[in-house]
Design a protein around this ligand. Structure first.
Ligand SMILES: [Zn+2]
Ligand SMILES: [Zn+2]
Length: 267
């Protein structure tokens, strides 16, 4: 149900908020006995934010060249995929598509990180207090509703294969809670994902922040009921975090298989 020998989501120093060279992540994947590692670096376009947490066009050229070198060097030891995590921006659809067209990708992940406001963008998944305070003023309910509305648009308009960490919005806000209305929006989103044969990411970085992956078990159950494929990703921003918490996944899979069996009996 989830291939735990593949880490499908890691970053590198190239995005400016992770550390470590691409090669260090590859070595870490080998040390952990992974069969495959997929880099999923940040592509953001048209974001007005106080720091750049994504790769430029030149950075992606280097990324592709270095990835090709590493693929050759570590052949037979670990497979290497070069992917991209699109941070969706509804104002820059054509520019995102142009950037995607510059390379071929082993995986295209869809995320939505930055909310546009009158005074620039706010990072909705950040732990920085400036973001949390500003988003709080915006209103938690409004932020979440906007997040799912725009994420649905991203699924519909982008050539994505995997939807990343779908309930990570406001993950560092102390009073984050989802209402029945939010869950309805998540249902709509999952329907769109199923319709496009996209996969959902089980992002294990959540085990560190809240003892549960992104998304939570209740959302993963909804995905399983729709026969949506699940892929594992650590979202490592440090080489030592490659494959982190993957040892928790067998138990999660057991629980999801159980749900799957129940729902197929219901059918
Ligand atoms: Zn990142
Ligand atoms: Zn992300």
């Amino acid at each position: 149900m989830i291939d735990i020998t593949v880490d499908g989501h890691v970053h590198t120093r190239l995005c400016h908020h992770a550390r470590g060279e691409m090669e260090e992540y590859v070595q870490s994947a080998i040390d952990r006995g992974l069969r495959k590692l997929i880099f999923l670096e940040h592509l953001e376009v048209g974001i007005n934010y106080f720091e750049a947490t994504w790769l430029t066009e030149n950075d992606f050229d280097y990324y592709q060249a270095e990835g090709a070198r590493l693929r050759e060097k570590y052949k037979g030891k670990v497979e290497i995929g070069l992917g991209v995590e699109i941070g969706y921006n509804p104002r820059c659809i054509e520019e995102i598509k142009r950037r995607l067209s510059l390379h071929s990708w082993d995986r295209i992940g869809i995320s939505y990180h930055f909310l546009e406001t009158d005074s620039g963008h706010l990072n909705m998944v950040s732990r920085k207090q400036v973001n949390i305070d500003a988003l709080d003023r915006f209103g938690v309910d409004d932020v979440i509703n906007n997040y799912y509305k725009v994420l649905l648009e991203a699924v519909e308009k982008m050539p994505g294969q995997v939807l990343c960490h779908i309930d990570a919005v406001l993950r560092h806000h102390p009073q984050i809670s989802f209402t029945p209305n939010h869950y309805e929006r998540i249902d709509e989103l999952l329907d769109a994902v199923a319709c496009r044969n996209m996969a959902i990411e089980v992002n294990t970085s959540g085990y560190r922040t809240r003892d549960e992956p992104y998304p939570s078990l209740s959302i993963l159950k909804k995905a399983v009921k729709r026969d949506i494929a699940l892929v594992a990703g650590s979202d490592a921003h440090r080489p030592e975090d490659v494959g982190i918490y993957f040892d928790r996944l067998p138990d999660l899979i057991k629980e999801l298989v159980f749900i799957n069996r129940q729902s197929s009996e219901d059918r």
